[in-house]
Ligand binder design. Structure first.
Ligand SMILES: Nc1ncnc2c1ncn2[C@@H]1O[C@H](COP(=O)(O)OP(=O)(O)OP(=O)(O)O)[C@@H](O)[C@H]1O
Ligand SMILES: [Mg+2]
Length: 262
């Protein structure tokens, strides 16, 4: 991790994004706090992936701007690692797990430079951290969905970034992979990292995360989970889809907030 200069990792100002003139994010204004594990939650099509892509500069902004550690996003992005939503990646690309992970080191190489021994070492360590070292030479198309997800996390780890943006890292993984990912996220936070994670499982939000952004085209609510992850805000975010929410409401009532850190 780069030397820690405290600050605001990500500021989003008056952000509007439209596809074919139809806004999918409207006037988003927020600051992600440093050293926190932050969930981004909302229904399908709410604009969660688009928000992450907007921060990464992967979609044009209709208005507004993003700052990373106080700098214009283009300058600050070297401190950000991005794990895309799995469906958005071409897994038939003929390359092995280690090479995918090594791509995470490109930002650290000199111009036109090739990965050095140290980069390969870091890549192998990252594969080990996610329990995938034995698959280092396997073609990525021949890995299971959960294994591919772990390889993508390993790639983000090799960047040794201060900020991680992860789009649904828990989608379609089994219980043991989920536990491995949670441990990894908590480790990165302990090291001072800031993690913004798109998350679909409402039930685990209070257990895994410090802060939550409830998003549906606009910001419905943003803040510490204990304050903003309420049945009322969930209702505003998900509208009529109450079926999902009843059980979550039950969980919320049974959560002992006093045992959680801010
Ligand atoms: N490249 C694109 N061109 C046109 N419309 C798009 C494009 N990408 C996304 N959209 C639309 O923008 C809206 C927001 O999409 P986005 O992928 O950000 O949603 P999401 O919250 O990540 O949803 P999910 O939970 O399904 O991943 C959706 O209505 C989607 O159909
Ligand atoms: Mg998405």
């Amino acid at each position: 991790m780069s030397p820690a200069v405290p600050g605001v990792p990500i500021e989003v100002h008056d952000l509007t994004v439209a596809y074919h003139h139809r806004p999918v994010l409207w006037d988003i204004d927020l600051q992600f706090p440093e050293g926190k594990l932050i969930a981004v939650v909302g229904p399908n099509g709410a604009g969660k992936s688009t928000l992450i892509k907007a921060i990464m500069g992967l979609v044009p902004l209709a208005s507004g701007h993003v700052k990373i550690y106080g700098k214009p996003a283009e300058e600050g992005r070297a401190s950000v690692a991005y794990v895309p939503q799995r469906g958005s990646v071409d897994w038939d690309f003929p390359t092995n797990a280690l090479d995918v992970v090594l791509m995470g080191r490109y930002g650290h190489l000199p111009l036109f430079g090739r990965p050095r021994r140290r980069d390969k070492e870091i890549a192998r360590q990252s594969l080990e951290k996610v329990g995938m070292l034995e698959f280092a030479n396997r073609q990525i198309s021949q890995l299971s969905g959960g294994q591919q997800q772990r390889v993508f996390l390993a790639r983000a780890l090799t960047q040794q970034a201060r900020v991680y943006l992860m789009d649904e890292p828990f989608a379609g993984v089994d219980a043991s992979t989920e536990r491995a990912i949670v441990t990894l996220l908590h480790d990165l936070r302990e090291q001072g990292g800031t993690l913004v994670v798109v998350h679909h499982d409402l039930q685990t939000v209070p257990q895994y995360f410090d802060h939550v952004l409830l998003l549906n085209l606009r910001t419905v609510a943003f803040g510490p989970v204990a304050e903003v992850f309420t049945a009322q805000n969930l209702q505003k975010t998900y509208g009529g889809q109450l079926g999902v929410l009843t059980e979550v409401g039950e969980r919320l009532r049974n959560t002992d907030w006093s045992r959680r850190r801010g």
